[in-house]
Design a protein around this ligand. Structure first.
Ligand SMILES: [Zn+2]
Length: 252
């Protein structure tokens, strides 16, 4: 079992280096007792980075996946180094921060855009995914052309007037009747999820999510929304991009 150490608070998503103990060594992988590496899920790609052995040799983390209650770090190791990995050894993990922070900027801006689309049009986001500097959102219906300039203004305003992001836990029974569950209600939560990890973005959004997010929307930077494309199911696909380098490089 792996403790997901990036989850409890928004600051935990800013931890770039940590130590943890090896609990299992499946073929080509390392399972730690805790990790700050984000495993693929919820549309957010896995982190990359390195794991350093006692003595300083490093293996590269090329993918990270959940496997039941464990997180498997898929590794690429120089010859001879993988053989020196041992259960109970303490490793130092280091996350590729440039990549992770980009995912946090995309993920946080997606929450804001989904909330503003819902607020302006009632359209809900069926799914979202992130890759590179690009986010895709699939909505449950079209958005009038005239709303897009307003939404672009909303995204500029959220950076100009930054909103704080925070995490809280809400009992499932309470969340199921929460007035703000309507925005994200298209994406069903698994029945066993209790309490619900909810991400608050100032007064702008309240949404259950297991991803990593910024501390402040001021770190998003410039968002460019591309023309929406209709999808065969009557919805529409929205694509937006962010600048490769954000407005600031916060330290952890
Ligand atoms: Zn999220």
């Amino acid at each position: 079992m792996t403790e997901l150490a990036y989850l409890p608070t928004v600051d935990d998503a800013y931890v770039r280096a940590f130590t943890a103990k090896v609990v299992a060594l499946p073929p080509g992988g390392v399972v730690l007792d805790r990790t700050y590496f984000y495993p693929t899920g919820g549309g957010q790609p896995a982190d990359r980075g390195t794991l350093a052995l006692p003595g300083g040799d490093r293996v590269e983390v090329v993918d990270v996946n959940k496997s039941g209650p464990s997180v498997v770090h898929r590794i690429k190791a120089p010859p001879g180094v993988a053989a020196r990995l041992a259960v109970d050894a303490e490793l130092t993990g280091e996350i590729d921060w440039e990549r992770r922070h980009r995912h946090m900027r995309l993920h946080t801006s997606q929450h804001v855009l989904s909330a503003r689309i819902f607020g302006r049009t009632g359209r809900r986001t069926r799914r979202a995914s992130f890759s590179g500097v690009r986010a895709l959102l699939d909505l449950d219906g079209p958005v009038p052309d005239g709303d897009w300039p307003l939404l672009a203004d909303d995204m500029a305003a959220i950076v100009r007037e930054p909103q704080a992001v925070s995490i809280r836990q809400i009992a499932r029974a309470e969340w199921d009747h929460h007035p703000q569950s309507a925005r994200s209600g298209l994406v069903p939560l698994a029945p066993q999820v209790d309490p619900v990890r909810v991400v608050d973005i100032g007064e702008v959004d309240v949404c259950p999510c297991g991803g990593t997010h910024l501390r402040s929307t001021g770190e998003i930077g410039i968002v460019r929304i591309e023309p929406a494309q209709p999808t065969p199911d009557g919805g529409c696909r929205v694509t937006f991009t962010i600048d490769a380098s954000g407005p600031s490089t916060p330290t952890g």
